[in-house]
Ligand binder design. Structure first.
Ligand code: ATP
Length: 271
């Protein structure tokens, strides 16, 4: 069985409303990805080229993958997700063929969004210098070739994500490649409140729960942390009493004690 069969095309079910906050980023992604896929003729009419690739960067757990899925869904496009490290491991010895296959599949199923998660693992300027048999260099070159070869009307949009934008190969950032860079920040209090709302949407809450207060008390927590807090609060409630009807504040407080924030100043990469 050929490894080439492993390119999975999916139709994500994430909606914009499943993502708390990040309003400006949603709009930017609409313009960079949804418009070119849905209204290519408008770009032609105005004589402008849509951006080819969009780079989402920011610390882990801030919603980059969710955003890529949502923009694909809302654009009524298919979605191909590739993790950088997978390209090297799963496709051992055929990483370049893997890249070619991904683009072939994308064109075949267009409109399609290709999402390269952890792009730094294949496209870091550092790994390219390592001389590790030049594999990553060749993979990057193949990626560049495919991106350069994409015609505007082929209905393929490319999104990459990284939490190390500082080490990405400069060649990938040039015009016509990943020329749109969007920072996905750690949420502020307002963002955290929106994320708490998303993750308690289907959770019966006791009257003593104030999402506003929880948002205030969770400085440094990213979306993934807040999801973990909500899940943990519900689990603690069930563990306490299987017949509980609602999740009370006490268990949110315990959950916050347990789930530590991802973002601590010491391990922040400076962007
Ligand atoms: P990584 O760099 O680790 O891939 P990421 O930025 O891609 O992280 P996601 O995978 O999108 O992060 O988020 C992980 C989980 O955290 C999501 O499945 C979701 O449950 C939750 N989450 C993150 N951000 C948000 C948000 N803004 N609103 C709601 N949920 C969020």
């Amino acid at each position: 069985p050929s490894a080439l069969r492993e390119v999975l095309v999916e139709v994500p079910n994430v909606k914009w409303d499943d993502i708390g906050g990040l309003g400006e980023i949603k709009q930017e992604l609409k313009e960079a990805v949804e418009w070119p896929l849905k209204y290519p003729e408008k770009f032609q009419k105005f004589g402008i080229r849509p951006p080819k690739g969009t780079l989402l960067y920011g610390v882990p757990g801030t919603g980059k993958t969710l955003l890529a899925k949502a923009v694909a869904n809302e654009s009524e496009a298919n979605f191909i997700s590739v993790k950088g490290p997978e390209l090297l491991s799963k496709w051992v010895g055929e990483s370049e063929a893997g890249i070619r296959e991904i683009f072939r599949k994308a064109k075949q199923t267009a409109p399609t969004v290709i999402f390269f998660d952890e792009i730094d693992s294949i496209a870091s300027s550092r790994s390219n210098q390592d001389g590790d048999s030049g594999v990553t260099k060749r993979v990057v070159n193949q990626l560049l070739t495919e991106m350069d070869g994409l015609e505007e009307l082929e209905d393929v949009a490319i999104i990459a994500a990284t939490n190390r934008p500082d080490i990405i190969d400069a060649g990938l950032m040039r015009p016509g490649r990943f020329d749109r860079h969007i920072k996905v920040d750690v949420p502020n209090e307002e963002g955290r409140l929106a994320i708490f709302k998303v993750h308690t949407q289907d959770m019966p809450l006791a009257d003593d729960v104030s999402l506003e207060r929880l948002a205030k008390e969770t400085e440094g927590y990213v979306g993934a942390d807040i999801e973990a807090v909500c899940r943990e609060a519900a689990m603690l409630t069930l563990r306490d009493n299987m017949d509980s009807e609602k999740v009370s504040n006490k268990f949110f407080k315990e959950a916050i004690e347990k789930v530590k924030p991802s973002k601590s100043e010491s391990d922040m990469v400076q962007y």
